[in-house]
Write a protein that binds this ligand. Structure first.
Ligand code: SF4
Length: 229
């Protein structure tokens, strides 16, 4: 069994937080374990909890459509959430749940080693960029993240509630993802040590109290923004 399969088996048997008591099954993630792009959402909902796959309801259909619009299929990317089990009644993830569950996501990102990470919604964006600033202010730009590029955008569920303006905005963000993939394929990263600024996104260790308190104070100015192109 490879490292990725071992991690999935660990998560599938996880009882680290109370969500294991109410889940139907763990929703680890889906897609290519060697993908260039990883999408990170919030937590499984009703349909995901029953089917064992992230983004399979109406939000999933929108995500699939947006991927197709930029020439990608679900199988080309990897899709995961910051929580692997469904919170009851689809409530927001609690800080304690995020703290104990996100090491799985951190390890997924390490093992997949994508070029681009796309955060879908506030919870994924705030966690990975270590900021308290909401996605509405951060979206539309790219950010340095663990030596990769992170593109924050809305959660598809918010787009379904938000009408045509949000739909056009998320389309713009997916266009940015497409251009980022194309550019990073065409122009290899500089090989010289020190030419690339250090990553500012969260490292692969579990967040502690100090991390969370620091995140409360983080503003967009502390998150390294890359140039648009
Ligand atoms: S949500 Fe995460 S930490 Fe909690 S039981 Fe599920 S896999 Fe474990």
């Amino acid at each position: 069994m490879g490292a990725f399969e071992t991690l999935e088996a660990e998560a599938t048997a996880c009882t680290l937080c109370p969500l294991h008591r109410t889940r139907t099954q763990v929703v680890f993630g889906v897609g290519s374990a060697t993908a260039d792009v990883v999408f990170v959402g919030e937590a499984p909902g009703y349909h995901e909890d029953h089917e064992g796959e992230p983004f399979v309801g109406k939000s999933g259909a929108l995500l699939t459509r947006l991927l197709h619009e930029i020439g990608l299929a679900r199988e080309d990317v990897y899709i995961a959430n910051i929580l692997k089990c469904r919170p009851p009644d689809n409530r927001d993830p609690l800080p304690g749940e995020i703290e104990v569950c996100t090491p799985y996501l951190d390890r997924q990102l390490e093992l997949i080693d994508p070029r681009v990470v796309v955060t879908l919604g506030n919870f994924a964006t705030k966690y990975l960029l270590e900021t308290s600033v909401g996605v509405t202010r951060l979206r539309g730009n790219r950010y340095r993240f663990r030596g990769r590029v992170l593109v924050p955008t809305y959660h598809p569920a918010a787009v379904l509630r938000g009408g045509t303006t949000k739909l056009e905005e998320i389309r713009g963000d997916f266009g940015l993802v497409r251009r980022t993939i194309d550019t990073r394929r065409a122009v290899p990263a500089p090989a010289t040590a020190g030419t690339a600024p250090p990553p500012t996104g969260r490292q692969a260790s579990p967040p502690n109290r100090a991390d969370r308190e620091a995140a409360e104070e983080t503003s967009p100015a502390h998150v390294e923004q890359l140039g648009l192109f």
